[in-house]
Design a protein around this ligand. Structure first.
Ligand code: DX5
Ligand code: ZN
Length: 225
């Protein structure tokens, strides 16, 4: 599986979101990560399906990876699927019996993911792994960009990667929160497929240069294996 860099638009310029996304995609990002916060599951409040639809109308054609940090999931998932999302991830802490919603999201034609907060044991999703397309490992507590990577996330990634091999499964492993040019190379060695990066990317003066730097960190590590 190719390693992908997804730009977390939480750190984009919301005053000119379409332009900023066009720029980051033209600079080499593989898609965008769209953080949805409800001021309930998390303390912050962000954007909803209308913004996703507006981005599609504006001409954004890239992969849109929706991350629902919301206590309500089923209706929002449907609204996002209709608004042009490609993948929809929700938190297992909100829906411990996730099968029904997994089936619903697949039925809407989207990839489906389950997210794990830093304190949530990965065993909580083991039984769903054969049914889903991706696992989103939160490496910060959800709610805000620009936080520090939590190192114990590496153990969780390793557990998931081991289960994937042992059971011959094909779900992708995504890591979200606190990624930057300094910790990327270590992560590249941990079977991560999708690197979700917000502040370390949108904070750069030159997105192309920054994405090239990220990719060089990922490659450096692969070369040394
Ligand atoms: C946090 C969000 C992340 C966040 C990542 O709740 O889910 O996607 O925006 O941003 P950085 O890279 O700044 O940690
Ligand atoms: Zn996210």
């Amino acid at each position: 599986m190719a390693q992908k860099i997804l730009a977390s638009i939480l750190s984009a310029d919301f005053a000119c979101l379409g332009d900023d996304i066009s720029k980051v995609i033209a600079s080499g990002a593989d898609g965008i990560h769209f953080d949805v916060m409800d001021n309930n599951f998390v303390p912050n409040l962000t954007i909803g399906p209308d913004v996703c639809r507006a981005l599609r109308s504006y001409g954004i054609e890239c992969h849109i990876d929706v991350h629902l940090m919301t206590n309500s999931v089923a209706n929002l998932a449907e609204m996002f699927a209709k608004a042009g999302a490609n993948a929809i991830t929700f938190h297992v802490e909100v829906v411990p019996n996730a099968s029904g919603i997994i089936d619903k999201i697949k039925g809407l034609g989207c990839k489906v993911g389950l997210a794990l907060n830093p304190d949530t044991p990965p065993e909580m999703i083991t039984k769903f792994l054969p049914e889903i397309d991706l696992v989103l490992v939160m490496s910060v507590n959800p709610g805000f960009g620009g936080q520090k990577f939590i190192p114990s996330s590496l153990d969780k990634i390793k557990y998931l990667a081991d289960v994937r091999v042992a059971q011959g499964l094909s779900f992708e492993i995504a890591v979200d929160g606190g990624l930057n040019e300094t910790n990327l190379s270590e992560l590249a060695n941990h079977s991560v497929d999708n690197f979700i990066i917000g502040s370390a990317l949108f904070g750069a003066a030159d997105y192309s240069e920054r994405i090239n730097l990220f990719r060089s960190k990922l490659c450096q590590n692969l070369d040394s294996n």
